[in-house]
Design a protein around this ligand. Structure first.
Ligand SMILES: [Zn+2]
Length: 145
């Protein structure tokens, strides 16, 4: 439904330096415009807090993570849960339902098990991905005419 979704798809280049970023609220999927360096913000539509912090996992944990920042699972760490994040780096093991708005990276010796939806995917030689994979826009609402 939001027009900028279509625009984003036709212009997939990433621009790391910009004053504002257009995002989809992970809770209600409505478009949100935020300052590039925002740390916390409330969605103007559903009023739920949006997290921009990176979530770094250094040990094994079972957790559901929702952030517009990066989720990183370090070597020797295991994360199980539902993840909705801006970008993903797996160096250890990740198991669950994962939705990445930007790029997902699975490093050498890393393992992903479960369901992965991402815009871009990079798997290093030796990295392992088991499960279902969807590359492209995950938000079903964007497909409605
Ligand atoms: Zn919302």
């Amino acid at each position: 439904m939001p027009a900028w979704f279509t625009k984003n798809e036709s212009e997939p280049r990433l621009n790391p330096v910009f004053a504002t970023q257009k995002l989809a609220c992970p809770h209600c999927h409505c478009p949100v415009e935020a300052a590039a360096r925002a740390v916390t913000l409330r969605c103007p539509n559903c009023a739920k807090p949006l997290q921009f912090q990176d979530a770094i996992f250094n040990r094994s944990s079972v957790e559901n993570v929702t952030t517009l920042g990066q989720v990183r699972v370090h070597r020797k760490a295991t994360l199980k849960g539902t993840v909705d994040c801006g970008s993903l780096v797996v160096q250890g093991s990740l198991e669950g339902m994962v939705n990445v708005r930007g790029e997902a990276r699975i490093d050498a010796k890393a393992t992903f098990t479960g369901s992965l939806t991402t815009r871009r995917l990079q798997v290093e030689r030796g990295g392992c991905l088991r499960g279902t994979l969807c590359i492209g826009e995950s938000n079903a609402e964007s497909h409605t005419a």
